[in-house]
Design a protein around this ligand. Structure first.
Ligand code: SAM
Length: 472
């Protein structure tokens, strides 16, 4: 079995017998709704009751759950996986026995399953990391996942909390896909029947909702809905198995359920519901909705980066900086290597911005720009995409950092002190030192292609400096 990491506090939970008994007691009430139950039990105890229920259902969950084998539902829920990079991070939230993660990882991405129930997680395939945790409060860093999928878990949890937690964990451009049972064709009396049946079978769940409700919940949490389908399925199910559901439905409820199943209103029969001996054909609709975290996307900041060079004893030296001040928006990059750079100010042209930034950060002046050959690379690293293209050496990083930089390789003069507020420490390095320096340190993503370029083209930069110094 794969390793299980326990929740935030890392504590092994208590057995929860008290809660189980209480939930049994409460579920003895006629048709309690999720809201009534949560307020009776309290949120924590409701959660304990959900967990206890799934601990009990776990051994027979996969064989018993008919929609677990619904290929169309699975394909629809995993549709966004096809657009992912192979190194994308994906979370199967409330993933139970990990059916979605198992299929998803065959397509793309690194998958993790998080669930309240340890016994459900025990059935997850080898090699998929597991986290025993509450989906309303998950032990992951912000901006961790490119995709979060959940199937049939939201109905047990505080939906607002789960959606906002998913928003915290999704990277910019990340997708959340939810697959939840909805009323679909059950309308009017049919909808009442459906809600009554669902409440009796499992009072720990929300009342069966509608697709528009989910869409509006998502929008309310700042997601933009990218796609939404309602899948109408008819599942053939053993009546007795369905009514007892691994022994978790109280006897009193089972009696009433049998009545409702055997004598449904005509509106229910119109949906395609029918009893066939020991089996029933029950229409179930699924809302499968994919939404993106609607990020207020800043326009890429236009930046100039300056790669200062000079000759010392006819050999190339390069000026590099280390970030020293904690940059509030980018704390991850404290201490990383970079070149002098900064935003272009209103009304400034590129050359003036480059002169000003260089002087402010290093006290150096531009003697002349060095012409360089093409660069054209793309790579993904640490959650950002870096593209460097010719002819202007424009570098764009998507995602958390959103910069577009115009790069100048320049010969410098002067040794003055920096004139601006300094949040870095600069020094000259010989070209021979640069490779070891870059290998041993984190490089600020915007500058990665620039360092690589200098390393790959040190000879030609040096030759150009030498040629020009010969003319002077
Ligand atoms: C009906 S099962 C669905 C399992 C799986 N997603 C699937 O499609 O087979 C619901 C799952 O949600 C989990 N769950 C319920 N509330 C949760 C919560 N607050 N946090 C994490 N998991 C939760 C349960 O433990 C259970 O495994």
């Amino acid at each position: 079995m794969p390793p299980v990491s326990r929740g935030r506090n890392g504590k092994k939970r208590k057995d929860g017998n008290g809660t189980a008994a209480r939930s049994q007691m409460v579920s003895g009430r006629e048709s309690a709704s999720f809201g009534q139950l949560r307020s009776l039990l309290g949120a924590r105890e409701h959660k304990e009751a959900v967990r206890d229920q799934f601990e009990k259902r776990a051994p027979s969950y996969d064989s018993y759950t008919v929609w677990n084998h619904d290929k169309r539902l699975i394909a629809e829920t995993l549709r966004p996986v096809r657009a992912l990079r192979s190194d994308a991070m994906c979370l199967d939230l409330g993933g139970g026995t990990g059916r979605l993660a198992e299929r998803g990882r065959r397509i793309a991405g690194h998958w993790v399953v998080a669930d309240l129930s340890f016994h459900m997680l025990r059935a997850v395939s080898e090699g998929i990391p597991l986290v025993e945790a509450d989906g309303e409060r998950l032990p992951f860093q912000p901006d961790t996942f490119d995709l979060i999928v959940e199937c049939s878990m939201l109905q047990y949890a505080d939906r607002d909390r789960v959606l906002s937690e998913a928003g915290r964990l999704l990277r910019a451009d990340g997708t959340l896909t939810i697959a939840e049972k909805v009323l679909g064709d059950y309308e009017g009396v049919g909808a009442e029947w459906c809600i009554e049946v669902a409440r009796l079978r499992n009072p720990l769940k929300h009342d069966v909702p509608t697709t528009p409700l989910f869409a509006s919940l998502l929008r309310g949490h700042g997601y933009s809905v990218e796609s939404s389908v309602e899948l109408r399925r008819i599942y053939r199910q053993s009546i007795e198995e369905w009514i007892s559901r691994a022994g978790t439905v109280p006897a009193k409820h089972q009696r009433r359920l049998r009545e409702l199943i055997n004598d449904p209103p005509p509106e229910v029969e119109e949906t395609g519901f029918r009893v066939d001996g020991d089996y029933m054909h029950i229409p179930i609709s699924w809302a499968v909705i994919s939404a993106e975290r609607a990020v207020q996307r800043p326009k890429p900041s236009l930046v100039v980066s300056i790669i200062p060079t000079r000759l010392v004893d006819d050999r190339l030296h390069i000026y590099v900086q280390e970030r020293r001040a904690p940059v509030v928006r980018e704390p991850d990059y404290f201490g990383s290597l970079e070149f002098p750079q900064g935003r272009i100010e209103r009304g400034e042209n590129f050359a003036d911005a480059a002169k000003r930034e260089l002087l402010e950060e290093s006290g150096l002046r531009i003697r002349r720009p060095i012409r360089i050959a093409n660069i054209s690379t793309t790579r993904h690293t640490g959650g950002v995409t870096i593209e460097a293209v010719q002819p202007n050496q424009v570098v764009i990083t998507h995602g958390r950092l959103n910069y577009l930089s115009l790069v100048f390789i320049v010969e410098t003069s002067g040794k003055g002190a920096p004139t601006g507020a300094i949040d870095n420490r600069g020094r000259w390095v010989r070209r021979e030192e640069l490779s070891a320096l870059v290998t041993g340190k984190q490089v600020y993503p915007l500058n990665q292609p620039m360092f690589e370029f200098v390393l790959a083209n040190a000879d030609s930069i040096e030759r150009q400096l030498q040629a020009d110094s010969g003319h002077r």
